[in-house]
Design a protein around this ligand. Structure first.
Ligand SMILES: [Zn+2]
Length: 492
């Protein structure tokens, strides 16, 4: 994909004259050895510079099933879908019959956004005398995985800024947007971004015979009770600038049982997706600790009732709640391909030193960590620049927080307190990349997402609205060019 973009952009006059302004950047430690492409069009050093980003990877096409071969052939895919029209839900049927919608893997997330930047590049090349900003584009090779692409181009962006003494106005990502209600087609720009971290819960129970479960406490029981309390729980969401963060959801749950056994599980482990805006990590973790304590009390009450029903006066097995902060650091030196499993191994190792007859819940954080950034649209120079330069052809709103995790989490410095807290709660804190955090601080850009509108990203009915794509090109072009009508007339 980076090669295809290179082929296309290298034909432009600007890059024929300045071939060194078009360069590949290899992703570091990427098992697939992918590369990103950075294209800088620097027309006047004294002008402001905008950074545009777009990820060139997509999620897999496996969900297309029998249509998989056509997943990236939009026209043929639509024809095939139309032949089986009845199997789709009414809203998809409607869009299949609407020529405004283009289907296919990546159509929405985010080949449309990447395509729009290519168009803007071409316009800037054709009308350099109308340029009012320089444009640096980062076509990044991995977003859907770990945002390796964005992270690998940071040093390049800092380098270009220093070499050409540029002033970076901010970063515009063109990742997708989705309607906020099913029938709204309102265009939305998002300034700032949501963040996320993974809350991990390791439970060390007390094994027992399945016919005598109250002799111990099953680790899976404790884990599932805590996960039920935390997840889909609106009360734990955060509200900031009028936005309510998504509820937590478990992404993985397992226990130590390798096969059928009449012994209850000794260990269980799970991790939960936590999206956040502003609430500090320390506050989140304190909140989780309080909830875990409540769960423990409820479980023990349940066990007491069961024990007394059986005529026993025994007390249930005690369950203690701690966080990684209270657990001594493991001396392990481990590097596993799965950073979550790696963190769990560290916690298991530390547990050996505190192991006793109690059951134990350990709360900690594992990678990945996506910082959140709050930008009040009222006070953002980047938003002001866009508002004063864009005469939109369609009504739009500007809202805080892009609602999906994205590359925008890596273009601005993170508060040092948060990094310290993260280190304290992460058993494998060697995974925190200090060098990258420094580069993020050095770049220190505001960010906004201006993307096409579409539906069902990451589903096989993924589709993009072509009129929103036209709007996107027009809007982005106005951010970097003094747009006169003839530009668009001649390009139709
Ligand atoms: Zn995307």
């Amino acid at each position: 994909m980076a090669d295809a973009l290179y082929q296309r952009l290298s034909q432009l006059d600007y890059f024929i004259k300045n071939p060194e302004h078009l360069s590949f950047v290899e992703a570091e430690n990427d098992p697939y050895q992918r590369k990103s492409l950075v294209a800088s069009m620097i027309l006047d050093h004294s002008r402001p510079t905008l950074i545009g980003i777009g990820h060139i990877d997509t999620v897999s096409t496996i969900d297309y099933g029998k249509y998989r071969d056509l997943a990236t052939e939009s026209e043929s895919l639509k024809q095939a879908f139309l032949q089986d029209l009845a199997q789709f839900k009414p809203s998809v049927q409607q869009d299949l019959m609407n020529s405004d919608y283009l289907f296919g893997r990546g159509s929405l997330d985010m080949k449309a956004g990447v395509g729009a930047w290519c168009e803007v590049c071409t316009l800037l090349d054709q009308y350099p005398h109308l340029a009012k900003a320089n444009l640096i584009l980062g076509f990044v090779c991995d977003e859907e995985g770990n945002s390796l692409g964005m992270q690998s181009i940071l040093s390049k962006l800092i380098n270009i800024k220093d070499t050409f003494h540029l002033t970076y106005l901010g970063v515009i990502d063109t990742d997708y947007t989705a309607p906020k209600t099913t029938d709204s087609d309102e265009y939305t720009m998002y300034c700032g971004t949501i963040g996320k971290f993974l809350l991990n819960i390791a439970v060390f129970g007390k094994e027992a015979h399945a016919s005598d479960p109250l002799e111990g406490i099953d680790a899976s029981m404790i884990l599932s009770a805590l996960i039920s309390k935390l997840c889909y729980n609106q009360q734990l969401s955060e509200t900031s600038l009028g936005k309510v963060s998504p509820v937590m959801v478990p992404l993985h749950i397992e226990d130590s049982q390798q096969a059928y056994s009449v012994q209850t599980a000794k260990m269980a482990w799970g991790y939960v997706n936590v999206c956040f805006y502003k609430r500090p990590i320390e506050q989140w973790m304190n909140m989780f600790e309080v909830i875990a304590q409540q769960v423990v009390e409820e479980l023990q009450q349940k066990m007491r009732l069961a024990l007394s029903a059986q005529g026993s006066t025994k007390e249930p097995v005690p369950i203690r709640v701690i966080t990684q902060k209270q657990l001594s650091k493991s001396k392990l030196d481990l590097y596993l391909p799965d950073e979550r499993l790696e963190a769990y191994r560290y916690v298991q190792d530390s547990y050996q030193s505190v192991m006793n007859d109690e059951a134990l819940i350990v709360l900690y954080i594992s990678p990945p960590y996506y910082p959140a950034f709050t930008i009040d649209p009222q006070h953002s120079p980047l938003v002001t620049y866009i508002q004063s330069n864009v005469q939109s052809t369609h009504p739009y709103t500007i809202e805080p927080y892009y609602p999906y995790i994205s590359d925008m989490s890596f273009v601005k410095g993170v508060n040092q307190h948060e990094i310290e807290a993260l280190k304290q709660y992460m058993p494998n804190d060697h995974r925190i990349d200090e060098r990258m955090l420094h580069m993020m601080s050095a770049l220190d850009c505001e960010m906004i997402n201006i993307g096409p509108l579409g539906k069902d990203a990451h589903q096989w009915t993924e589709r993009v609205s072509l009129s929103s794509f036209d709007w996107l090109i027009n809007t982005l072009a106005q951010c970097v060019l003094e747009v006169k009508d003839e530009i668009f007339d001649s390009n139709e």
